[in-house]
Design a protein. Structure first.
Length: 487
């Protein structure tokens, strides 16, 4: 009996040792991939970052792919990075719409946080079982949850609409960067209704099979269409009352049922009437102004917010869930930084989140440091370029001397991220200084104080008086390539 117990114990020890070796090897392998430029997800695949590069520009996301492209607009996506320990990467989307165009009603398997880079739009979506329409303008931020139908309407006569959005893949099916389920559609795109047989739809909608065929065969313009054609069904849709638009989207995705009180307040509206109006152009009933419930979140304009930090060399804004509560649903933060020519956002790291940035204006340099203290990236970026900074990795941004440098982005946490600065009055060097830190650098306390106190000010520093010599300057650029053009 004793020998059997000893044997069992030895087997258990061997199994535990093997398990520790496997797990340790996995972490070691992951760390080695960062250090050698492979990064998380460098190999591609569903969890990988298709646009991530190796070497000195490994944190630049250069490659984009069209997921929608029509004469009226397009949607391009830059895939975020994933890996063994990052199962839900954040993608960055760019929506461009021509004047007087419509991104047709649909719902997604991913939630979006929209930032209107340029232009004006009217966005309709279902919120708490009601159709809500909001007017957005440059600087506005707005969230659309996964699974909730929405549409985007560029109402401007002569201006393109440019929207930057985060694509949260935590609820994603994993089939594409995101999966659209089009409510309206025909031959292109195909409506989700088309998958049912015609008899089933005829019974469900209480219309004839001929009318079902009419409903599902006319649209051929794609997901983004012009709506300034008088006979366009989408024009008819935009002219409907909110409760009429809601009737179509609710019946298709089964979001809920109208309460008896709502039915009493609203004119009777059957789907047959809707079809006759939407498809065949019958007269609409007298319009009323019903804009949904009063508790839906309003857009948040980031340009109306006072900077969290500002001096003569630039300013920065950081938004979290305490500023705009819908960010908590996506667990995202937002930042906007503007640096004057030649100035620097001090070296720092984010202790709680990975950051994804998009250059809005100007050119600059981004430096990122690896955990082993080596330079992981030293890259020049310009308008339209996309970059990401892994959590914990020290980095800084420096504006070129030719003009201001502005970038916008998302962080993967809705909490106050509290960046930890490595230089300046608010740096951890000043907070930690003492005999322990002096010993770590191999300096006397007096000499350490002289070096640490040489930099006054905080967060954003003025341009250097003269360029410092470098032993080996390695800067990569995208050349003339650009992820997106905001003109």
């Amino acid at each position: 009996m004793g020998k059997r117990s000893v044997s069992s114990f030895l087997i258990l020890v061997v199994l535990c040792s093997a398990l520790v070796a496997i797990v340790g090897g996995a972490y070691e392998d992951e760390g080695r991939r960062w250090e050698t430029g492979g990064g998380a997800g460098a190999g591609g695949g569903e969890e990988g970052g298709a646009g991530m590069r190796q070497g000195q520009d490994q944190f630049l996301l250069q490659d984009s792919e069209y997921v929608v492209k029509t004469d009226a607009g397009d949607v391009r996506v830059v895939r975020g990075v994933g890996g063994r320990f990052i199962k839900s990467p954040l993608h960055i989307g760019f929506i461009t719409m021509e004047p007087k165009s419509l991104f047709i009603p649909q719902y997604l398997d991913s939630s979006l946080v929209l930032f209107v880079r340029r232009g004006k739009a009217k966005i309709g979506h279902i919120y708490k079982d009601k159709l809500v329409e909001k007017k957005l303008e440059t600087g506005d931020i707005y969230r659309i949850g996964a699974g909730f139908p929405f549409y985007i309407n560029n109402t401007a006569e002569g201006q393109r609409l440019h929207i930057i959005c985060s694509i949260d893949t935590s609820d994603s099916l994993g089939l594409q960067p995101f999966q659209s389920f089009y409510i309206g559609g025909g031959k292109y795109p195909v409506s989700v209704l088309s998958g049912f047989d015609r008899f089933t739809l005829s019974m469900a909608l209480n219309v004839s099979i001929v009318e079902v065929e009419e409903l599902l065969s006319r649209q051929m313009g794609g997901p983004i269409v012009f709506h300034n054609v008088s006979y366009s069904p989408r024009t008819k849709f935009l002219d409907l009352e909110n409760y009429q638009k809601l009737a179509e989207m609710k019946r298709i995705v089964h979001i809920g049922k109208d309460s008896e009180e709502e039915e009493k307040k609203q004119p009777r509206w059957t789907l047959r009437k809707f079809l006759m109006t939407y498809i065949f152009g019958s007269e609409n009933e007298e319009r009323e102004d019903k804009r949904g419930s009063s508790d839906e979140p309003d857009p948040f304009n980031i340009y109306d917010r006072n900077p969290d930090f500002k001096n003569d060399y630039g300013w920065s804004i950081a938004l979290d869930k305490s500023d705009y509560s819908p960010l908590d649903d996506s667990d995202l933060g937002i930042f906007l930084v503007n640096l004057s020519a030649g100035s620097m956002l001090a070296p720092h790291y984010n202790p709680t989140a990975t950051e994804y940035g998009i250059v809005l204006k100007g050119t600059g340099t981004i430096q990122v440091v690896s955990p082993d203290g080596s330079l992981a990236m030293n890259a020049e970026v310009k308008e339209g370029d996309v970059f990401f900074i892994p959590r914990f990795f020290p980095f800084c941004q420096i504006a070129s001397r030719t003009g201001p440098f502005e970038f916008f982005g998302f962080s993967s946490s809705a909490r106050n991220n509290r960046p930890q600065f490595l230089a300046g009055d608010n740096s951890i060097l000043k907070k930690l200084r003492g005999p322990e830190l002096a010993k770590a650098f191999g300096l006397s306390e007096e000499r350490l104080d002289e070096i640490v106190d040489a930099r006054s000010g905080s967060t954003i520093f003025p341009p250097a008086i003269a360029a410092q010599p470098e032993a080996a300057k390695i800067i990569r650029t995208f050349g003339n390539d650009k992820i997106t053009d905001f003109n």
